[in-house]
Design a protein around this ligand. Structure first.
Ligand code: FPP
Length: 224
């Protein structure tokens, strides 16, 4: 049985969920946050050590301002109300992506990371303003600047995911089969599960089914 150490998730389908429920796209994001909380709890139950969640991509800035503002306000109030609880539960929060937000959000993110930095139950990597191509170009630039050798080890050293194991499982909800510039390097040998359900509807049963299917897969890594 394969151990599950690191799960990455593209949480797609919030907007459609909001519209389908005759509400707004933003109502879908609010419902999506509830799924985030549930999935963190279930990941802890499964003793998963790293959970990487794609919350906002470098391309998501193209969305209407109203939606972007709503998402960041949602995150702000979530951090303000929940970070102490996270800390009590021994959860470590790390942001992956370019931290270039409002002064208030930057401060909140930095203090949440600092407060939880020694925690060890599970590490939540929240991908915010994250783009894999940017991450890779940036890594190569740093290697060249320092005159280091361009090799896998050095590239990995300059990724946001430095020192993290690669994801074992990638889940994308929302019935869309693409990677959307997420962890392109790190997913080289990850098992990928595309889920029809929209993110706010994704529940414990769906997650457990994927984990159990993953556990039985023969992982070859290019071998036979
Ligand atoms: C993709 O669904 C989802 C996002 C771009 C945002 C993810 C945000 C959450 C899960 C909400 C809570 C998390 C934080 C960190 C505030 P989509 O809007 O692209 O859905 P669609 O494909 O139906 O349009």
């Amino acid at each position: 049985m394969n151990p599950v150490n690191h799960v990455a998730i593209i949480m797609d389908g919030n907007g459609r969920w909001g519209i389908r429920h005759k509400k707004s796209r933003n109502a879908g994001h609010k419902a999506g946050l509830k799924s985030v909380e549930d999935i963190i709890k279930i990941s802890i139950d499964y003793n998963i050590k790293f959970l990487t969640l794609f919350a906002f991509s470098t391309e998501n800035w193209k969305r209407p301002k109203k939606e972007i503002n709503y998402l960041f306000k949602l995150l702000e109030s979530y951090l303000i109300t929940k970070i102490s609880e996270f800390h009590k539960q021994n959860i470590k929060l790390k942001i992956i992506g370019k931290k270039k937000f409002s002064k208030k959000l930057n401060l909140l993110l930095n203090s949440a990371e600092k407060k939880t930095s020694k925690n060890s139950k599970i590490q939540i990597n929240l991908a915010l303003n994250y783009g894999s191509k940017f991450e890779l170009v940036n890594a190569v630039k740093k290697i060249v600047k320092n005159n280091y050798k361009i090799n896998e080890k050095n590239i990995e050293k300059y990724l946001y995911t430095k020192n993290l194991p690669d994801p074992d499982i990638l889940i994308r909800t929302g019935n869309t089969k693409r990677l959307s510039n997420f962890l392109l390097w790190q997913l080289a040998y990850t098992e990928i599960f595309f889920e029809k359900k929209l993110w706010p509807d994704f529940n414990r049963e769906d997650y457990s089914k994927i984990i159990n299917r993953f556990k039985k897969i023969k992982r070859n890594y290019g071998n036979v």
